[in-house]
Design a protein around this ligand. Structure first.
Ligand code: NAD
Length: 351
Protein backbone atom coordinates (compact mmCIF):
# COMPACT_ATOMS: atom_id res chain seq x y z
CA UNK A 1 0.00 0.00 0.00
CA UNK A 2 1.31 3.43 -0.92
CA UNK A 3 -0.62 6.71 -0.79
CA UNK A 4 -0.46 10.43 -0.11
CA UNK A 5 -3.32 11.89 1.95
CA UNK A 6 -3.84 15.42 3.30
CA UNK A 7 -6.03 15.87 6.36
CA UNK A 8 -7.49 19.38 6.44
CA UNK A 9 -7.27 21.52 9.59
CA UNK A 10 -10.80 22.02 10.87
CA UNK A 11 -12.70 21.60 14.13
CA UNK A 12 -16.12 19.95 14.07
CA UNK A 13 -18.72 20.19 16.84
CA UNK A 14 -21.69 17.86 16.50
CA UNK A 15 -24.44 18.30 19.10
CA UNK A 16 -28.16 18.50 18.43
CA UNK A 17 -29.94 21.45 20.00
CA UNK A 18 -26.66 23.13 20.99
CA UNK A 19 -25.84 25.43 18.06
CA UNK A 20 -26.18 28.64 20.09
CA UNK A 21 -23.85 27.40 22.81
CA UNK A 22 -21.36 25.91 20.32
CA UNK A 23 -21.28 29.16 18.35
CA UNK A 24 -20.65 31.18 21.51
CA UNK A 25 -17.66 28.99 22.40
CA UNK A 26 -16.21 29.00 18.89
CA UNK A 27 -16.52 32.75 18.30
CA UNK A 28 -14.93 33.38 21.71
CA UNK A 29 -12.12 30.90 20.94
CA UNK A 30 -11.30 32.89 17.79
CA UNK A 31 -11.14 36.08 19.91
CA UNK A 32 -13.74 37.63 17.57
CA UNK A 33 -15.86 40.64 18.64
CA UNK A 34 -17.64 41.67 15.45
CA UNK A 35 -19.69 38.90 13.87
CA UNK A 36 -21.13 39.14 10.36
CA UNK A 37 -23.90 36.55 10.11
CA UNK A 38 -24.65 35.26 6.61
CA UNK A 39 -28.03 33.51 6.25
CA UNK A 40 -30.62 33.55 3.46
CA UNK A 41 -33.93 35.32 4.04
CA UNK A 42 -35.69 31.96 4.52
CA UNK A 43 -33.23 30.96 7.27
CA UNK A 44 -33.20 34.39 8.92
CA UNK A 45 -35.40 33.53 11.91
CA UNK A 46 -33.43 30.35 12.54
CA UNK A 47 -30.16 32.32 12.32
CA UNK A 48 -31.39 35.00 14.72
CA UNK A 49 -32.37 32.30 17.20
CA UNK A 50 -28.91 30.71 17.36
CA UNK A 51 -26.83 33.90 17.15
CA UNK A 52 -28.70 35.87 19.83
CA UNK A 53 -25.80 35.52 22.27
CA UNK A 54 -23.08 36.61 19.81
CA UNK A 55 -21.63 40.10 19.25
CA UNK A 56 -23.39 40.43 15.86
CA UNK A 57 -22.68 43.63 13.90
CA UNK A 58 -24.83 42.72 10.88
CA UNK A 59 -26.97 39.93 9.39
CA UNK A 60 -26.49 39.73 5.63
CA UNK A 61 -29.38 37.85 3.98
CA UNK A 62 -28.79 38.19 0.23
CA UNK A 63 -27.96 34.57 -0.70
CA UNK A 64 -28.22 33.30 -4.29
CA UNK A 65 -27.37 29.80 -5.59
CA UNK A 66 -23.92 29.46 -7.23
CA UNK A 67 -22.78 32.84 -5.77
CA UNK A 68 -23.09 35.43 -8.57
CA UNK A 69 -20.07 37.78 -8.51
CA UNK A 70 -22.20 40.87 -7.79
CA UNK A 71 -23.81 39.13 -4.79
CA UNK A 72 -20.33 38.27 -3.49
CA UNK A 73 -19.22 41.89 -3.95
CA UNK A 74 -22.14 43.18 -1.89
CA UNK A 75 -21.41 40.70 0.91
CA UNK A 76 -17.73 41.73 0.88
CA UNK A 77 -18.77 45.38 1.08
CA UNK A 78 -21.03 44.58 4.06
CA UNK A 79 -18.15 42.84 5.85
CA UNK A 80 -15.93 45.89 5.28
CA UNK A 81 -18.61 48.45 6.20
CA UNK A 82 -19.30 46.70 9.49
CA UNK A 83 -15.63 45.97 10.19
CA UNK A 84 -16.43 42.28 10.78
CA UNK A 85 -13.75 40.03 12.26
CA UNK A 86 -15.51 36.67 11.77
CA UNK A 87 -18.15 35.25 9.42
CA UNK A 88 -20.85 32.94 10.79
CA UNK A 89 -22.74 31.25 7.93
CA UNK A 90 -26.03 29.50 8.63
CA UNK A 91 -27.70 27.67 5.74
CA UNK A 92 -27.13 25.31 2.83
CA UNK A 93 -24.32 25.14 0.30
CA UNK A 94 -25.30 28.48 -1.26
CA UNK A 95 -24.89 30.28 2.07
CA UNK A 96 -21.61 28.59 2.91
CA UNK A 97 -20.50 29.45 -0.64
CA UNK A 98 -21.19 33.14 -0.08
CA UNK A 99 -19.20 33.14 3.16
CA UNK A 100 -16.34 31.49 1.27
CA UNK A 101 -16.45 34.22 -1.38
CA UNK A 102 -16.03 36.83 1.37
CA UNK A 103 -13.24 34.85 3.07
CA UNK A 104 -11.45 34.47 -0.26
CA UNK A 105 -10.73 38.21 -0.55
CA UNK A 106 -10.76 39.26 3.12
CA UNK A 107 -9.12 36.28 4.85
CA UNK A 108 -11.83 36.42 7.54
CA UNK A 109 -12.36 33.12 9.39
CA UNK A 110 -15.64 31.26 8.89
CA UNK A 111 -17.66 29.37 11.45
CA UNK A 112 -20.14 27.37 9.37
CA UNK A 113 -23.50 26.04 10.52
CA UNK A 114 -24.84 23.81 7.71
CA UNK A 115 -28.58 23.21 7.40
CA UNK A 116 -28.54 20.88 4.34
CA UNK A 117 -26.41 17.87 3.34
CA UNK A 118 -24.44 19.69 0.57
CA UNK A 119 -21.13 19.46 2.44
CA UNK A 120 -19.44 22.66 1.26
CA UNK A 121 -18.46 23.36 4.88
CA UNK A 122 -15.79 20.65 4.86
CA UNK A 123 -14.05 21.64 1.62
CA UNK A 124 -11.58 24.40 0.66
CA UNK A 125 -13.39 24.77 -2.70
CA UNK A 126 -15.05 28.08 -3.61
CA UNK A 127 -17.30 28.86 -6.59
CA UNK A 128 -18.45 32.10 -8.23
CA UNK A 129 -20.64 32.68 -11.29
CA UNK A 130 -20.51 35.47 -13.81
CA UNK A 131 -23.41 35.29 -16.25
CA UNK A 132 -23.72 31.55 -16.97
CA UNK A 133 -20.01 30.81 -16.43
CA UNK A 134 -19.09 29.22 -13.12
CA UNK A 135 -15.51 29.45 -11.87
CA UNK A 136 -14.28 27.26 -9.04
CA UNK A 137 -11.00 27.17 -7.19
CA UNK A 138 -9.33 25.82 -4.08
CA UNK A 139 -7.91 28.04 -1.36
CA UNK A 140 -7.15 27.12 2.27
CA UNK A 141 -8.52 30.50 3.41
CA UNK A 142 -12.09 29.51 2.53
CA UNK A 143 -12.12 26.29 4.56
CA UNK A 144 -14.30 27.07 7.62
CA UNK A 145 -12.24 27.03 10.85
CA UNK A 146 -15.07 25.30 12.67
CA UNK A 147 -18.21 23.51 11.58
CA UNK A 148 -21.11 23.48 14.03
CA UNK A 149 -23.51 20.64 13.23
CA UNK A 150 -26.88 20.82 14.96
CA UNK A 151 -29.34 18.34 13.46
CA UNK A 152 -32.25 20.19 15.12
CA UNK A 153 -31.67 23.02 12.63
CA UNK A 154 -32.34 20.64 9.73
CA UNK A 155 -35.80 19.58 10.98
CA UNK A 156 -37.39 22.25 8.77
CA UNK A 157 -35.75 21.02 5.56
CA UNK A 158 -38.70 19.53 3.59
CA UNK A 159 -38.62 15.80 2.76
CA UNK A 160 -38.06 16.28 -0.99
CA UNK A 161 -35.18 18.74 -0.48
CA UNK A 162 -33.72 16.47 2.20
CA UNK A 163 -33.84 13.52 -0.20
CA UNK A 164 -32.17 15.39 -3.08
CA UNK A 165 -29.58 16.97 -0.80
CA UNK A 166 -28.91 13.60 0.83
CA UNK A 167 -28.36 11.98 -2.57
CA UNK A 168 -25.93 14.80 -3.36
CA UNK A 169 -23.99 13.58 -0.31
CA UNK A 170 -24.24 9.94 -1.47
CA UNK A 171 -22.79 11.14 -4.79
CA UNK A 172 -19.79 12.66 -2.99
CA UNK A 173 -19.11 9.22 -1.49
CA UNK A 174 -19.59 7.22 -4.70
CA UNK A 175 -17.55 9.57 -6.89
CA UNK A 176 -14.72 9.63 -4.31
CA UNK A 177 -14.02 5.98 -5.07
CA UNK A 178 -12.68 6.78 -8.55
CA UNK A 179 -11.86 10.49 -8.31
CA UNK A 180 -8.34 11.72 -9.18
CA UNK A 181 -6.93 11.65 -5.60
CA UNK A 182 -8.82 8.61 -4.32
CA UNK A 183 -6.92 6.83 -1.53
CA UNK A 184 -7.65 4.24 1.19
CA UNK A 185 -8.43 6.95 3.79
CA UNK A 186 -11.02 8.85 1.75
CA UNK A 187 -12.45 5.50 0.56
CA UNK A 188 -13.02 4.46 4.18
CA UNK A 189 -14.75 7.80 4.89
CA UNK A 190 -16.88 7.36 1.77
CA UNK A 191 -17.99 3.84 2.74
CA UNK A 192 -19.00 4.90 6.26
CA UNK A 193 -20.71 7.93 4.70
CA UNK A 194 -22.85 5.68 2.49
CA UNK A 195 -23.73 3.48 5.46
CA UNK A 196 -24.85 6.47 7.55
CA UNK A 197 -26.76 8.08 4.68
CA UNK A 198 -28.62 4.94 3.59
CA UNK A 199 -29.61 4.42 7.23
CA UNK A 200 -30.52 8.04 7.99
CA UNK A 201 -32.17 9.36 4.82
CA UNK A 202 -35.13 6.93 4.70
CA UNK A 203 -35.85 7.81 8.35
CA UNK A 204 -35.70 11.52 7.49
CA UNK A 205 -38.26 11.11 4.70
CA UNK A 206 -40.49 8.90 6.86
CA UNK A 207 -40.32 11.15 9.91
CA UNK A 208 -38.88 14.55 8.96
CA UNK A 209 -39.46 15.87 12.51
CA UNK A 210 -37.45 13.19 14.31
CA UNK A 211 -33.80 13.65 15.25
CA UNK A 212 -32.24 10.15 14.90
CA UNK A 213 -32.52 10.03 11.09
CA UNK A 214 -31.47 13.68 10.81
CA UNK A 215 -28.35 13.01 12.90
CA UNK A 216 -27.31 9.98 10.83
CA UNK A 217 -27.88 11.91 7.61
CA UNK A 218 -25.89 14.93 8.80
CA UNK A 219 -23.04 12.75 10.07
CA UNK A 220 -23.01 10.90 6.72
CA UNK A 221 -23.06 14.21 4.85
CA UNK A 222 -20.00 15.38 6.78
CA UNK A 223 -18.09 12.16 5.99
CA UNK A 224 -19.12 12.43 2.35
CA UNK A 225 -17.77 15.98 2.17
CA UNK A 226 -14.47 14.93 3.77
CA UNK A 227 -14.11 12.14 1.21
CA UNK A 228 -14.98 14.50 -1.65
CA UNK A 229 -12.63 17.27 -0.44
CA UNK A 230 -9.81 14.76 -0.27
CA UNK A 231 -10.45 12.72 -3.44
CA UNK A 232 -11.50 15.57 -5.75
CA UNK A 233 -14.12 15.63 -8.51
CA UNK A 234 -14.71 12.41 -10.42
CA UNK A 235 -16.78 11.89 -13.56
CA UNK A 236 -20.10 12.32 -11.77
CA UNK A 237 -19.21 15.79 -10.44
CA UNK A 238 -17.86 16.87 -13.81
CA UNK A 239 -21.15 15.86 -15.47
CA UNK A 240 -23.27 17.68 -12.87
CA UNK A 241 -21.04 20.76 -13.09
CA UNK A 242 -21.52 20.89 -16.87
CA UNK A 243 -25.31 20.36 -16.66
CA UNK A 244 -25.78 22.87 -13.83
CA UNK A 245 -23.82 25.55 -15.68
CA UNK A 246 -25.36 24.98 -19.12
CA UNK A 247 -29.01 24.59 -18.14
CA UNK A 248 -29.19 26.21 -14.69
CA UNK A 249 -30.54 22.98 -13.18
CA UNK A 250 -31.09 22.63 -9.40
CA UNK A 251 -27.79 21.45 -7.87
CA UNK A 252 -28.86 18.66 -5.50
CA UNK A 253 -31.62 17.25 -7.73
CA UNK A 254 -29.20 17.04 -10.69
CA UNK A 255 -26.84 14.92 -8.57
CA UNK A 256 -29.77 12.77 -7.48
CA UNK A 257 -30.80 12.05 -11.09
CA UNK A 258 -27.36 11.48 -12.65
CA UNK A 259 -25.75 9.26 -9.98
CA UNK A 260 -27.23 5.84 -10.92
CA UNK A 261 -26.09 6.28 -14.53
CA UNK A 262 -22.50 7.08 -13.57
CA UNK A 263 -22.49 4.21 -11.09
CA UNK A 264 -23.71 1.80 -13.78
CA UNK A 265 -21.14 3.14 -16.26
CA UNK A 266 -18.07 3.14 -13.98
CA UNK A 267 -19.04 0.38 -11.55
CA UNK A 268 -18.62 -2.36 -14.15
CA UNK A 269 -14.98 -1.34 -14.65
CA UNK A 270 -14.18 -0.66 -10.98
CA UNK A 271 -14.84 -3.96 -9.14
CA UNK A 272 -13.24 -2.89 -5.85
CA UNK A 273 -15.31 0.30 -5.67
CA UNK A 274 -18.41 -1.67 -6.62
CA UNK A 275 -17.77 -4.23 -3.87
CA UNK A 276 -17.06 -1.58 -1.24
CA UNK A 277 -20.26 0.27 -2.12
CA UNK A 278 -22.38 -2.89 -2.18
CA UNK A 279 -21.15 -3.74 1.29
CA UNK A 280 -21.85 -0.18 2.54
CA UNK A 281 -25.36 -0.32 1.05
CA UNK A 282 -25.86 -3.83 2.48
CA UNK A 283 -27.07 -5.19 -0.89
CA UNK A 284 -25.69 -7.74 -3.41
CA UNK A 285 -24.62 -4.97 -5.82
CA UNK A 286 -24.06 -1.22 -5.49
CA UNK A 287 -26.63 -0.53 -8.20
CA UNK A 288 -29.31 -2.40 -6.26
CA UNK A 289 -28.44 -0.51 -3.07
CA UNK A 290 -28.69 2.87 -4.76
CA UNK A 291 -31.93 1.91 -6.56
CA UNK A 292 -33.49 0.78 -3.28
CA UNK A 293 -32.46 4.00 -1.53
CA UNK A 294 -33.76 6.13 -4.40
CA UNK A 295 -37.11 4.29 -4.27
CA UNK A 296 -37.41 4.82 -0.53
CA UNK A 297 -36.64 8.54 -0.98
CA UNK A 298 -38.89 8.97 -4.01
CA UNK A 299 -35.91 10.63 -5.69
CA UNK A 300 -36.22 12.75 -8.86
CA UNK A 301 -35.95 10.48 -11.92
CA UNK A 302 -35.00 12.36 -15.06
CA UNK A 303 -33.12 15.38 -16.40
CA UNK A 304 -36.17 16.03 -18.54
CA UNK A 305 -38.18 16.41 -15.32
CA UNK A 306 -35.67 19.02 -14.08
CA UNK A 307 -36.16 21.11 -17.21
CA UNK A 308 -33.15 20.16 -19.36
CA UNK A 309 -33.92 20.46 -23.11
CA UNK A 310 -33.20 17.27 -25.12
CA UNK A 311 -31.41 19.38 -27.79
CA UNK A 312 -28.80 20.16 -25.11
CA UNK A 313 -27.51 16.58 -24.85
CA UNK A 314 -24.96 16.82 -27.69
CA UNK A 315 -23.34 20.04 -26.44
CA UNK A 316 -23.33 18.76 -22.86
CA UNK A 317 -21.69 15.48 -23.96
CA UNK A 318 -18.95 17.39 -25.72
CA UNK A 319 -18.27 19.51 -22.62
CA UNK A 320 -18.24 16.43 -20.36
CA UNK A 321 -15.72 14.64 -22.57
CA UNK A 322 -13.47 17.71 -22.43
CA UNK A 323 -13.74 17.91 -18.62
CA UNK A 324 -13.55 14.17 -17.81
CA UNK A 325 -10.88 13.14 -15.27
CA UNK A 326 -7.95 11.33 -16.92
CA UNK A 327 -7.97 8.33 -14.57
CA UNK A 328 -11.65 7.43 -14.92
CA UNK A 329 -12.12 3.63 -14.75
CA UNK A 330 -13.69 3.60 -18.24
CA UNK A 331 -12.79 5.70 -21.28
CA UNK A 332 -15.12 8.70 -21.46
CA UNK A 333 -15.99 8.76 -25.17
CA UNK A 334 -18.50 11.09 -26.87
CA UNK A 335 -20.70 8.10 -27.71
CA UNK A 336 -20.69 6.72 -24.15
CA UNK A 337 -21.49 10.11 -22.59
CA UNK A 338 -24.23 10.82 -25.13
CA UNK A 339 -25.83 7.47 -24.26
CA UNK A 340 -25.47 8.08 -20.53
CA UNK A 341 -27.01 11.56 -20.76
CA UNK A 342 -29.78 10.27 -23.03
CA UNK A 343 -30.75 7.64 -20.45
CA UNK A 344 -30.60 10.18 -17.61
CA UNK A 345 -32.68 12.62 -19.65
CA UNK A 346 -35.39 10.01 -20.18
CA UNK A 347 -35.12 8.52 -16.71
CA UNK A 348 -34.57 5.08 -18.27
CA UNK A 349 -33.33 2.07 -16.30
CA UNK A 350 -29.52 2.53 -15.93
CA UNK A 351 -27.65 -0.05 -18.01
P1 NAD B 1 -29.07 25.74 -1.12
O1 NAD B 1 -28.06 26.19 -0.14
O2 NAD B 1 -29.32 26.61 -2.29
O3 NAD B 1 -30.42 25.44 -0.33
C1 NAD B 1 -31.55 24.88 -1.00
C2 NAD B 1 -32.84 25.39 -0.38
O4 NAD B 1 -32.98 24.86 0.92
C3 NAD B 1 -32.91 26.91 -0.24
O5 NAD B 1 -34.17 27.33 -0.69
C4 NAD B 1 -32.78 27.13 1.26
O6 NAD B 1 -33.46 28.30 1.69
C5 NAD B 1 -33.40 25.87 1.81
N1 NAD B 1 -32.95 25.47 3.14
C6 NAD B 1 -31.68 25.33 3.56
N2 NAD B 1 -31.66 24.89 4.82
C7 NAD B 1 -32.94 24.75 5.21
C8 NAD B 1 -33.57 24.29 6.42
N3 NAD B 1 -32.86 23.84 7.45
N4 NAD B 1 -34.92 24.29 6.46
C9 NAD B 1 -35.66 24.67 5.40
N5 NAD B 1 -35.13 25.10 4.23
C10 NAD B 1 -33.78 25.13 4.15
O7 NAD B 1 -28.71 24.30 -1.73
P2 NAD B 1 -27.60 23.23 -1.36
O8 NAD B 1 -27.93 22.05 -2.17
O9 NAD B 1 -27.44 23.08 0.10
O10 NAD B 1 -26.25 23.89 -1.90
C11 NAD B 1 -26.03 24.04 -3.29
C12 NAD B 1 -24.85 24.94 -3.56
O11 NAD B 1 -23.72 24.52 -2.81
C13 NAD B 1 -24.44 24.93 -5.03
O12 NAD B 1 -24.12 26.25 -5.45
C14 NAD B 1 -23.20 24.06 -5.03
O13 NAD B 1 -22.34 24.35 -6.10
C15 NAD B 1 -22.60 24.38 -3.69
N6 NAD B 1 -21.72 23.31 -3.16
C16 NAD B 1 -20.41 23.60 -3.01
C17 NAD B 1 -19.54 22.66 -2.52
C18 NAD B 1 -18.09 23.01 -2.31
O14 NAD B 1 -17.33 22.19 -1.86
N7 NAD B 1 -17.69 24.23 -2.58
C19 NAD B 1 -20.00 21.38 -2.16
C20 NAD B 1 -21.37 21.10 -2.32
C21 NAD B 1 -22.23 22.08 -2.82
Amino acid sequence: MRFLHDTLPQRVRFASGEAAESLGDEVAALGARRVLVIAGAAERALAERVTGGLPVVHLHDEVVMHVPVEVAERARAAAAAHDADVLVSIGGGSTTGLAKAVALTTGLPIVAVPTTYAGSEATPVWGLTEGSAKTTGTDPRVLPRTVVYDAALTLGLPADLSAASGLNAVAHCVDSLWAPRTDPVNQALAAEGVRALRTGLPLVVKEPDALPGREQALYGAYLSALAFASAGSGLHHKICHVLGGMFNLPHAATHAVVLPYVLAFNGAAAPEAEQRLASAFGTPTAGEGLALLRDRLDAPRSLQGLGMPSEGIAAAAEAVVAAAPAGNPRPVTPRAVTELLGEAWEGAEPR
